[in-house]
Design a protein around this ligand. Structure first.
Ligand code: AHR
Length: 309
């Protein structure tokens, strides 16, 4: 056998359980619930000791959780930052304590990229572009028609809200018939999505042609508001959203949603393997982008049985 001398053998190293402190955004959406489950399941399967903290959509709770993970001297800190900015100080504290940080799902806006080792998640700008491209194709069928679009944004200051807004706007700018007439946050929740859509309908009523929601939960809440206003979602108002949760497939099968752009929450297995590599001193890619598709209503019934979240 190989000579290992005074050093611990690889198997002895493997025997020490890895401790990961994970700060989750909250439980705001069907997507988030699936993401939490994926992380907890992967930790269990991998024998990782997971310290899980729910921040209830508040940055200050995440900062507290990260500080407590530093104090507990976990091996790796992972988190999905609720907003993009304001992380320099606490990430510097983690770095000074020599605890590597892995970002999942949402990115941070920091000038010093060495404050985290890796980011695992989606390309949110591309998701917004995909939503825009679907509408561009749809609009091309009726070149004379104007489309008034209302937009339900995600959490203010969050990477997915910023990026999905920009990606969509970039693509639809090529067609002057596509106009965003109202845009407001629904905080990624069904209840807020419904409430804001009600306000949009009150203000703009029948002249709304398209709803672009930054996630399925807000779209599903808005669908309810559209129906309560006596209009047909998916027909009178086209409904475009992002995530691809089962609820969106059900809404598409019912004819109430037109398309969902996939955003996968199943990041748990990748997080565990990257965390292991980081602790083992192996080089890891700085950015790991999730591979995703687009699902229009026409394929919803066929695809629903394949959906994992
Ligand atoms: O960060 C990912 C987004 O957060 C999902 O699209 C949304 O549903 C969730 O709340």
């Amino acid at each position: 056998g190989a000579f290992t001398g005074v050093f611990a053998s690889p198997s002895a190293l493997a025997a020490k359980p890895l401790t990961i402190g994970f700060s989750q955004v909250g439980a705001e959406s069907e997507w988030r619930t699936a993401n939490t489950l994926s992380i907890k399941d992967a930790a269990k399967k991998e024998g990782v000791n997971l310290k899980f903290a729910d921040a209830q959509q508040r940055q200050e709770n995440q900062v507290k959780a990260i500080r407590s993970f530093i104090a507990q001297r976990v091996d790796v800190i992972a988190f999905s930052p609720v907003v993009e900015s304001g992380w320099e100080t606490v990430l510097r504290e983690a770095k000074d304590a020599k605890i590597p940080v892995i970002l999942t799902d949402r990115a941070v806006n920091v000038t010093d990229q060495s404050l985290y080792v890796a980011f695992i998640g989606s390309d949110f700008v591309e998701e917004g572009r995909r939503a825009g491209r679907w509408l561009m194709e749809r609009a091309a069928k009726t070149p004379d028609r104007t489309f008034n679009i209302v937009e339900l944004q995600g959490t203010v200051g969050s990477a997915p809200a910023i990026d999905r807004k920009n990606g969509f706007a970039e693509v639809i700018a090529a067609n002057p018939k596509l106009k965003i007439t109202r845009s407001q946050t629904g905080d990624f929740t069904r209840a807020k999505g419904k409430e804001v859509m009600e306000a949009f309908l009150k203000a703009q009523g029948k002249s709304i042609d398209v709803l672009y929601a930054h996630n399925d939960d807000m779209a599903i809440g808005a669908i309810q508001a559209i129906e309560e206003a006596g209009l047909k979602p998916g027909v009178d108002i086209l409904v475009i959203s992002i995530d691809g949760v089962k609820g969106a497939f059900q809404a598409m099968i019912a004819g109430k949603m037109n398309v969902t752009v996939e955003c996968s929450p199943l990041l748990g297995p990748q997080l565990m393997s990257i965390a292991r590599d980081v602790v083992a001193g192996k080089p890891v890619p700085k950015r790991i982008t999730t591979v995703e598709g687009v699902f229009p209503a026409e394929v919803a019934a066929k695809e629903l049985p394949n959906r994992k979240y």
